[in-house]
Design a protein around this ligand. Sequence first.
Ligand code: MN
Length: 332
Amino acid sequence: MTDTIFPPCDPRLIEAIRNTEAAAVIAHRNPDGDALYSSLAMREVLSSLGKECLLLNEGPFLRDDIRLLEGEFSAEADKSFIERDPLVIILDCSTEDRPGTPFIPLKGLKRIVIDHHSSGVPFAEDGMSYIVPESPSTTLLVDTVRIALGVELTERMAGYLYRGFATDTGFYHFLTERTAPESLRKAAAFTEAGVSPYDVYDEMHDGRKLQDLKDTASMILAAEPHFGGRIITAYQSPEMMNARLSDGVYATLLQAEGVEGIIFIKDKGDSLEIGFRAKNRSTLDVGAIAAALGGGGHRKAAGATISGLDPGKAKGMLLSMVAAALGIHTGE
Ligand SMILES: [Mn+2]
């Protein structure tokens, strides 16, 4: 470990940004706050260097906290833009398939990757990645790139950088002794540039639909404890499609006595989206379990998509994987 969680990024990556006239910025499909706000922050950085920037995202923009951002993003780059040979800047993606469909026609172009996931396969040329698993959000890495480029922090940029940081850390909850000091120093700079943490928190939490709160409650009511309550499973039916509901389910179930991890099965009808969360005090590394399923994420928060299994069978398989990771003998 180095003594900073934000090591300098490769000068070749900085040069690639400096030398391009246009850039296509793209984050992962099924985006969250960090994906979209790191994209928006990168656009601000590029604009202040006089570069043209196209924001791409596959969507969907379902979650309440990101719905209003949809208008800033395009689903695809048009031919004339691609012909200008833009630099492709990929954010918050641990594997090449994460950006989804907007990336397909851009695969032949020069690319850089900026990401903070712990698993994944590097998919940029040597020197063109800035991958820092210790960073609590991709926006904080965009901030490090901003500083390397000598771009001044504006209030608008700070607002985007702060929002990605706040959402990916559950408003500071997931910071550790190791990650907190430097991250909060960056956050302090964002507030000095004019961001109000109080207003951002309210903007992102108010205005929930009563039905969504009731659906969240019904999933909590149906949650099941396993292995003496060390693991809790929850299930979201295809009728409850608002992806934002998972935040409330995790936050509540992770408060249960003795719980170490949550397995959340979201039934999309034709496939199952699996979410994992683990307590910081548990040895459980859900990033490794998700990676074994072809997904990815972090040690304490990760996800994967599986198909060809009904929810009951999937639950059995996931529980045995978690039991093996925790050294629990299930008697099978
Ligand atoms: Mn992220």
